[in-house]
Design a protein around this ligand. Structure first.
Ligand code: L34
Length: 297
């Protein structure tokens, strides 16, 4: 078997088309354009790239945006004051603080200081909690983007065995919740593996759907999966590459060339999950502007 490629770049472009026409309609009705406030603390090179991609996507769909770049020496109190200002500003619909943060700042405190009604990342405990009880909320963009891929390609989830490798707050954990909830897109039997899992292969080999968000280049080898598996590779690792102009190349958490021979569907890196994360952010920002999720806003 050789897998069909799940083209995240293409599906993300289609999603952005949808958001663009919804934004147009929203503005035609006399509303101002949605506004996303991005906050970047420091100059982590990957964060600079990702926030740049987000700005470009906003322009593409008619969402207005601004990126506030703060020094990595900023105190927790100062950052909180900045966020409070945006919370109280009615012209700001969505607030996104790009991760990771410098080590002296607590991501939990920073995330909780964002008004959950403007938390377009879906990281605030209010949104995470509402996700886990299947109530309307902002959903973390990466796992929500993966669910969108299943929908687009009509890949069945219900009653499948989904194995999630990686248990982070922003990907693995909400991914497992989305897959396992008893709703139209979920109903999978779900296993979560992480760095304390004793025999990873014993779990991955049973996966009908394997989602890997471990941050380890080429962790998943062909002998770890069964024939016909659907493989979603969330990893984006920069590895040194002299042949590339940038001096690095991007590789996923899956040994793509080898695993694709056994899989039925597989996402590439780049061009898989990454662009979907950004497209979901556009969708969430529109929902925030429309106050669709929290009408009392
Ligand atoms: N607050 N912090 C916050 N929200 C997020 O949703 C993120 N994330 C992760 C890091 N920190 C965050 C992102 O935006 C990862 N992430 C992200 C966004 C975009 C892409 C990858 C990760 C992306 O566009 N990936 C492209 C390749 C980009 C490249 O060339 O480096 C792809 O095709 O996979």
């Amino acid at each position: 078997m050789s897998a069909e490629i799940i083209d995240g770049k293409k599906v993300a472009a289609l999603m952005r088309d949808g958001v663009r026409s919804d934004v147009e309609q929203w503005v035609q009705k006399g509303n101002r354009a949605p506004f996303l406030q991005v906050i970047l603390v420091g100059d982590d090179p990957a964060s600079v790239v990702y926030t740049g991609t987000k700005t470009k996507a906003c322009k593409d769909v008619g969402i207005e945006t601004n990126t506030l770049v703060l020094q990595d020496t900023i105190s927790a109190r100062e950052l909180k004051e900045v966020i409070t200002g945006f919370n109280e500003d009615d012209s700001v619909d969505g607030i996104l603080v790009q991760m990771p943060l410098p080590s002296h700042l607590s991501k939990y405190d920073v995330i909780e200081s964002i008004d959950h009604r403007k938390d377009v990342d879906g990281f605030h405990p209010m949104n995470v909690g509402r996700l886990s009880v299947d109530q309307p909320c902002f959903r973390s963009c990466t796992p929500a983007g993966v669910m969108e891929l299943f929908k687009h390609y009509s890949i069945p989830v219900k009653s499948k065995h989904a194995v999630v490798v990686g248990a982070s707050n922003i990907v693995g954990s909400p991914m497992a919740v989305m897959l396992s909830r008893e709703n139209a897109s979920g109903k999978a039997t779900t296993t979560i593996c992480h760095k304390y899992t004793k025999d990873l292969t014993a779990h991955t080999i049973n996966a009908d759907i394997l989602i890997v968000a471990a941050g380890q280049p080429h962790l998943i080898k062909p002998e770890m999966v069964k024939e016909g598996v659907v493989v979603i590779d969330v990893g984006i690792n920069r590895v040194a590459d002299e042949k590339s102009e940038k001096g690095y190349k991007l590789v996923g958490d899956v040994d793509f060339e080898a695993v694709r021979k056994k899989a039925s569907w597989i996402t590439p890196v780049p061009g898989g999950v990454g662009p979907m994360t950004v497209a979901m952010l556009m969708k969430n920002t529109l929902l925030a502007a429309k106050k669709s999720i929290y009408p009392s806003n």
